[in-house]
Ligand binder design. Structure first.
Ligand code: COA
Ligand code: ZN
Length: 320
């Protein structure tokens, strides 16, 4: 009997992490159509938008309209990024399945991104969690710069574990470890994931990689090796934090799914459907996307031989 394929859970973030970083405003109807398309692809979760200040992130100023008008597919978790109490109020009144509370593990990035100290973020989220815990909305916490900060450098593993502990004590459901600017490397990822999984077996961990230095796929394999089974990824490889110097796209969904399925994992994701949606992106955002698979095709998308060469082969000559 063949061994069952290991199940992995892929969480699409292009309409949040991707669009927040685009200068062209993607029209509300186009965002809704894209989320509806993504809902048919087999993702475990879709991060639809963020309830941030429209002055800070004008690209997502239509968060309420998008959340209210998408067609939800049963079984898919629709989540949103929340930076503060005000964002949590907006999210709860939009009927989200999950709030994804974000703060950074480096003081400099938290102040740049959220205009607060880490303690101020934690105080706001303690308040948010006490309110959300009374509802059936799930709570995930995204810890940015968990594998390096572009202003402060390395973040010690002990510091990451200390912050996870603080949120675990508040009974959150999940924690996302974010490599906000692609500073992580495979052995570092393996060590961090191994320690976090061992210390907090009751938490759902997600790994959120950016491909800034070309290591996102390698980091994913290292995380899987350490027992992680949930990954954020972005259609077309869009993404990036406007408040992190040098930040670029997330690990690309179609590259991730392509690799994992070849390696025998069950991602639940329909790669052909993902590629159909990814093909729409250049038109929506007005420029090319990083995706290699969109350009090169899948590994076994074969090409016809060039006719001038084929015509010269002996077995072909008889027919011309
Ligand atoms: N949604 C909508 N508006 C918000 C808001 C929210 N979640 N939080 C604050 N505001 C509004 C306030 O009402 C206020 O509006 P006003 O100027 O019309 O009175 C204004 O924003 C400033 O409020 P303040 O509490 O002083 O916030 P700030 O200017 O210090 O900004 C954040 C703090 C967190 C709201 C802002 O930095 C932000 O949204 N950052 C998002 C960062 C992000 O998404 N980064 C990428 C993903 S990691
Ligand atoms: Zn990100």
């Amino acid at each position: 009997m063949s061994e069952a394929k290991k199940r992995l859970y892929i969480q699409e973030v292009a309409t949040r992490d991707g669009f927040q970083n685009e200068s062209r405003f993607v029209e509300t109807d186009a965002k809704i159509a894209l989320v509806n398309g993504l809902s048919q692809c087999g993702f475990a979760k879709i991060e639809v938008t963020s309830f941030t200040s429209p002055k800070a992130i004008p690209a997502l100023r239509d968060a309420e309209a998008v959340m209210h008008r998408i067609t939800r597919k049963p079984g898919v978790i629709y989540t949103v990024l929340v930076p503060n109490v005000r964002g949590a109020e907006r999210a709860l009144s939009s009927g989200v399945d999950e709030v994804n509370l974000v703060m950074s593990l480096s003081e400099s990035h938290n102040r740049s991104n959220l205009r607060m100290t880490r303690e101020q973020s934690f105080a706001q989220f303690t308040e948010v969690i006490s309110v959300v815990a009374k509802t059936d909305v799930a709570i995930n916490v995204s810890l940015s710069t968990a594998m390096g900060c572009p202003m402060e450098g390395d973040v010690p593993v002990e510091e990451v574990l200390r912050w996870i502990q603080r949120f675990a004590d508040l009974n959150v459901h999940g924690v996302t470890l974010c490599d906000t600017t692609g500073m992580a490397f495979p052995s570092q990822v393996h060590n961090l994931c191994f320690q976090a999984k061992r210390a907090f077996s009751g938490l759902d961990f997600t790994l959120h990689f950016h491909n800034t230095r070309g290591m996102a796929l390698a980091n994913t394999l290292a995380a899987i090796d350490a027992g992680v089974d949930r990954f954020d990824s972005s259609l077309g490889g869009l993404g990036g934090c406007p408040y992190a110097p040098g930040a670029t796209g997330n690990v690309c969904t179609e590259e991730l799914v392509h690799m994992l399925e070849l390696d025998g994992y069950d991602t639940g994701v329909d790669l052909a459907a993902v590629l159909d949606n990814a093909a729409l992106l250049p038109h929506l955002i007005g420029h090319d996307v990083p995706s290699q698979i969109l350009k090169a095709g899948r590994r076994l998308d074969l090409h016809p031989m060039a006719t001038d060469v084929a015509g010269g082969l002996p077995e072909q000559r008889a027919f011309v």
